[in-house]
Design a protein around this ligand. Structure first.
Ligand SMILES: Nc1ncnc2c1ncn2[C@@H]1O[C@H](COP(=O)(O)OP(=O)(O)OP(=O)(O)O)[C@@H](O)[C@H]1O
Length: 379
């Protein structure tokens, strides 16, 4: 018997693909029907990859054609599975942490570019602006926050919260702080294996009593390794800030840092790049700028990678000194350093706001307005 293609299509209009509302012709799932005498070949694309869905689709097509068109038709069904790609931007991973609204990971490809210094100053500037700030020093290779916040001799206390013993972060300059450095001896070299470090970090995140936090800053170890992956998978990181100097070797590593956050398995939005040690200004010649590590390297990198440029911080002796004495330089009021960190912090907050505005409302609560923060004006 010679079959008619239209009869086959009409028959297929009676059935749907599992999980899809419209009939399989109307939904566009049926891609092609070919007839060769009493043979019918149906090409169909479905979104559900399960074996069960494929089998069910095939059986239903066979049954409906045999019933409605020709009971002895020889039927071949070619099923292609096309799983719709999940939207990649603004994805939040990890379990949300009650009370913590935004988690910003601060990273650098290369070590020693001032990642911890920038993180500490961002933290105190956010606190000055009126935000509730937490800082988690996850730099397992060289935790420097206890020194930078002058709390190296303190230890987090245990508090009882709803019958559970929780770690209470140490507080300094309005910033709640936990560091992997609180749990190691200053002179002891600790060799952290990946899973051990992740466990310690998980405890500092989930077994600590952080309370209400607007911005939790995460000082990551330098580089792009295993530990970064574990942290990103364990925590709902809002976005990442990359710190680099303008120097070529640092930029090459910063590029890798950006690539790490953008890769599919991590997929954390990059809030932008900070250029640290952008130029040197001697105190006695405040108008002179010396571009020791090159000029605008990180700014150009940001343009190149199409990520925001968040700001530049000069190389200033007092920034280093302030770090060493344990009082972040941005606390020095009415200085160009304070100004530089304020400009940087406003840009970071703005990027977080922009990023959160693009999130569906069902996501965990995020800061979507800077109202109430007089220090920050919306662009
Ligand atoms: N803008 C700056 N001006 C002057 N000194 C700075 C500046 N930024 C950082 N430093 C100094 O550079 C040194 C390295 O900085 P920091 O420890 O913050 O770097 P890092 O990138 O966090 O290093 P690590 O590899 O340990 O993660 C410190 O002595 C710090 O005080």
């Amino acid at each position: 018997m010679k079959l008619d293609k239209n009869d086959v299509l009409r028959a297929l209009e009676n059935i749907t693909v599992p999980g899809e509302g419209k009939n399989m012709v109307e939904s566009g799932a049926v891609k092609n029907v070919q007839i060769f005498g009493d043979e019918v070949e149906v090409d169909i694309t479905i979104k559900n990859p399960s074996l069960q869905a494929r089998k069910k689709t095939e059986v239903e097509i066979l049954k409906v054609i045999h019933r409605e068109v020709y009971e002895k038709a020889k039927i071949k069904v070619n099923i292609k599975v096309d799983v719709p790609e999940r939207p990649k931007t603004n994805e939040i991973k990890g379990k949300p942490i009650p009370g913590i609204q935004n988690i910003i990971a601060v990273a650098s490809g290369k070590g020693g570019v001032g990642k911890s210094t920038v993180t500490a100053n961002l933290a105190v500037t956010l606190a000055k602006m009126g935000f509730k700030v937490g800082l988690l020093d996850a730099d397992i290779y060289g935790p420097s926050m206890p020194i930078m916040f002058d709390v190296a001799h303190e230890k987090p206390l245990a508090v009882n919260i709803d019958g559970k013993s929780k770690m209470k972060p140490v507080e300094s300059y309005g910033v709640k702080l936990l560091s992997i450095g609180f749990f190691t001896q200053p002179n002891q070299a600790v060799i952290w294996r990946g899973p051990m470090a992740s466990k310690a970090l998980n405890q500092m995140i989930f077994d600590a009593h952080w309370g209400e936090i607007d911005f939790m800053l995460l000082d990551l170890p330098p580089g792009t390794g295993d530990i970064h992956l574990s942290i990103m998978q364990a925590m709902p990181v809002t976005g990442a800030v990359i710190v680099s100097t303008p120097q070529e070797v640092a930029l090459a590593d910063a590029r890798k840092g950006v690539a790490m956050f953008k890769q599919d398995s991590i997929n954390v939005p990059v809030l932008g790049i900070v250029e640290n040690m952008a130029y040197f200004t001697p105190e006695e010649l405040p108008n002179n700028k010396y571009y020791i590590f090159g000029k605008e390297g990180a700014k150009n990198l940001a343009e190149d990678l199409k990520v925001p440029f968040l700001g530049e911080i000069p190389l200033v002796q007092s920034i280093r000194e302030a770090g060493d004495v344990g009082r972040p330089a941005a606390l020095q009021t009415a200085t160009t350093i304070e100004e530089a960190f304020e400009a940087l912090t406003k840009n970071v907050v703005q990027e977080v706001v922009d990023r959160n505005e693009n999130l569906p409302p069902t996501e965990a609560i995020k800061i979507t307005t800077m109202a109430g923060c007089s220090a920050v004006k919306k662009k």
